[in-house]
Design a protein around this ligand. Sequence first.
Ligand SMILES: [Zn+2]
Ligand SMILES: [Zn+2]
Length: 264
Amino acid sequence: MWFETAIVAPGVHRITEGGMVHAYLVQGETWAVLVDSGFGIGDIGEVVRGLTDLPILVVNTHAHLDHVGGNAHFDTVFMHRRESLAEVAEAARRFREMATQDDFPVPFPEGFAVEHYAPQVPEPTHRLAGGEMIDLGGRVLEVLPTPGHTAGSICLLDEGSRLLFAGDTITDRPLQGIGEGVSLAEYQATLRLLAEMAPDLDLLLPGHGPSPLVGSALEELAGAALRLEESHFQAAQVAGRPVRAANVGRFTFFVRLPLESGSA
Ligand SMILES: [Zn+2]
Ligand SMILES: [Zn+2]
């Protein structure tokens, strides 16, 4: 199955596309929020409508292709004002050139051809500044600006249910990407802020890797990130691309360097 769904908390479905990226459907009494929309390889709109009859808002944690690729299946999309879709087309081009079935643990959906992958991602209908409260009826999601993985990354806090939808800001992956144009100090401030919240959270719901996570995963990542210093970063390669990288414990933190053809 290209999409795999599971209930991970009351009223919360994890929707995993291609075994690679997690979106989450969060239901209140009157609205549902879809946190991210996957690659847009399969039809996530059909999956979501099979799970709820509520009207749906999409909230993107950030503008990377694997989180916004299915946005076109929905009418209402929120994204932070510091995020840009300018690199999505370039990311799709790189995917067409480099991705193969072997990169994915589950078979592509019938009829999908990598060479034709070109998701259309419209501009979001609404922009977020941070601090908004999204009221789903009996459940409120607070928009937390968490610059780091990208400049306009956000997390969504469901304080009543003690959940944090973490995007790529907090994952259990050994490789942790820091966005171009984000200072180390800004990234560390984000992780410090989130680590202070860990005692008030039962589950973290990340965009990749094991999910859900518990607070100790956040504390471990933040602890490593807070030991980073600018001088630790050295030239390296990640997935064949030039980066500056620094190792702390089991994590490698990296910042992509610009390519002539643009970056994704
Ligand atoms: Zn990302
Ligand atoms: Zn991602």
